[in-house]
Design a protein around this ligand. Structure first.
Ligand code: DGL
Length: 307
């Protein structure tokens, strides 16, 4: 029987895992963070694709029937190639083995983008993401596909992931760089009313971002002469959207759903919780400690090597 694999370059995917486990607690999960090689967001396409494919293949080798790329950078740079080039080959090999079943990989960008048209009133949308996600233009292209006429402005935030990976997301450095990137984005388009946190690490900065949007005018009035009103701006983070989209996928694909292991409830009106294992390419103790910032309960991670 099979599990759901959740992959991220580091800790960010835990924000997606948490939301998925809330929505679909009954399944078994295997989380893999490639922390030793994070951040991905400043790497080239070739490197991100190679690392992501290694992780995906590893998760398949550990009985994952579905892998969620809980990483926008990997979704933007590697998902399409993996789906179009690698999955057909992997599934062809699988078909040759007796009793082996098909596997699939899903990303996080499409479910996020689908929520945008229902939220923006001005039609002006801001995307905050890693440099790699921004350069892929995935958000711009996907948004144009589903809602013509939206004005999409992107802002690369190269220092947010390193700050979060190093536990500095509440510190003065994070505060400085939250203000810097938001100011740069809003200087490009002051009519933005909807902000997409297009990186699974960024929910850790959500409170700080909301704080800046609410209070920066008072603090900065003197050196921000054309005051931009920001307190009405809505923030979209991905966890719930990806979780609901996965639930919908499983409803539409019983060939996957029926193969996933499910915990048995104690009574008919309760839902039992499945298991979750945590793998990291970094030091397992370090991961276990830092993961507690992202999750509500402590975890014990295991170290693996990817190649
Ligand atoms: N959580 C990843 C994302 O959603 C971070 C990428 C990185 O490692 O830079 O893009």
């Amino acid at each position: 029987m099979a599990k759901i694999g959740i992959f991220d370059s580091g800790y960010g995917g835990l924000t997606i895992l948490e939301a998925i486990r809330k929505e679909l607690p009954q399944y078994d999960y295997l989380y893999l963070g490639d922390n030793a090689r994070a951040p991905y967001g400043t790497h080239s396409f070739d490197v991100i694709y190679r690392y992501t494919l290694q992780a995906v293949k590893y998760l398949f080798s550990q009985d994952c029937a579905l892998v969620i790329l809980a990483c926008n950078t990997a979704s933007a740079k590697a998902l399409r190639t993996i789906q179009q080039r690698d999955l057909p080959l992997i599934n062809e090999e699988i078909r040759k083995c007796e009793n082996a079943k098909m596997v699939n990989v899903l990303g996080v960008i499409r479910p996020t983008v689908e929520a945008v048209p229902g939220i923006t009133k001005t039609g002006h949308v801001g995307i905050l993401a890693t440099p790699a996600t921004v350069s892929s233009e995935s958000y711009v292209l996907e948004l144009q596909k589903i809602a013509e006429g939206l004005q999409v402005t992107q802002q690369a935030c190269p220092l947010w992931v390193p700050l979060i990976e190093n536990g500095e997301h509440n510190g003065p450095g994070a505060k400085y760089f939250v203000g810097k990137y938001l100011r740069e984005l809003l200087a490009k388009d002051s009519q933005i009313d909807t902000l997409v946190l297009g990186c699974t690490h960024y929910p850790l900065l959500k409170e700080m971002i909301e704080g800046w949007l609410r209070y920066h005018e008072e603090i900065e009035e003197s050196n921000f002469p054309q005051a931009i009103h920001t307190e009405h701006i809505r923030i979209i983070s991905q966890g719930t959207l990806v979780a609901k989209s996965l639930a919908d996928y499983l409803r539409r694909h019983p060939e996957y759903e029926s193969r996933l292991t499910k915990a048995t409830p104690l009574s008919t009106d309760s839902t039992a919780c499945g298991s979750c294992r945590y793998l990291t390419t970094e030091n397992a103790d370090r991961f276990s400690q830092s993961a507690s910032i992202f999750l509500s309960s402590p975890v014990q991670a295991e170290h693996i090597d990817l190649e």
